[in-house]
Design a protein around this ligand. Sequence first.
Ligand SMILES: C[S@@+](CC[C@H](N)C(=O)[O-])C[C@H]1O[C@@H](n2cnc3c(N)ncnc32)[C@H](O)[C@@H]1O
Length: 245
Amino acid sequence: MDKIQEFREECASRIEGYANDKAFQGISRQWLEESMRKGYPYNFSWMGRPIIQNPVDMVAMQEIIWETQPDLIIETGIAHGGSLIYYASLLELNAISGGPQLARVLGIDIDIREHNRGEIESHPMFRRIALFQGSSTEETTIDYVRDFTKKFNKILLILDSNHTHRHVLDELEAYTPLVSLGSYCVVFDTHVEYFTYAHRPWGKGNNPMTAVDAFLANHPEFEIDEMMDAKLMISVAPRGYLRRK
Ligand SMILES: C[S@@+](CC[C@H](N)C(=O)[O-])C[C@H]1O[C@@H](n2cnc3c(N)ncnc32)[C@H](O)[C@@H]1O
């Protein structure tokens, strides 16, 4: 067998093993819970901007962005802008590798703080970024985003704003029709179903994972990428990597 294919198959078979490895899954979940309690995802930055993410999920996003070569990434939830800069830098790398030359990231946030806006707008990656301030579930925002997407062909969607069931379900209904075939909708913070969060409107039974479950019940055009879950083990988006069939 071809050596490259052999290596791929080795990886796939190892990952399939993780899917049934309850002990590995258990310690991974325990580690994740402790890391969330200790604010671990707040420790990182990308090209100088704080990115509130788990690094393992960001490697997964790099794999998806390389594999699917989007020309537009829509992300709800900007915060300090680190994830927007990260996705824009990956689009830049795709472009210099022969991928879509004019690829952009559209970031939406209900509250883009002035100091964050200043840092994002003066960043070298800003040439690939557009910002929109407004609630992601407001009709005016949805109309703006729909209009923005008209010039693009391969769209990836990332939901990382308000993590309540109602909000995420509304985002899923509003924006998933824009996701291209073979591309993804990634729903962050589905792990809230597993852990209790104090002082947050979301928690067990009311979170992105419950929204994903409700959404998938009526949308057979999307499926969970279960191999992604099995591979990552430490992820804030279990059952949240949705592929459009
Ligand atoms: C978890 S942070 C985003 C983190 C960012 N994606 C990153 O990786 O660094 C959540 C953001 O969602 C925004 N947000 C909350 N409710 C929202 C809404 N209704 N519409 C749009 N954004 C919202 C907050 O202002 C906050 O900046």
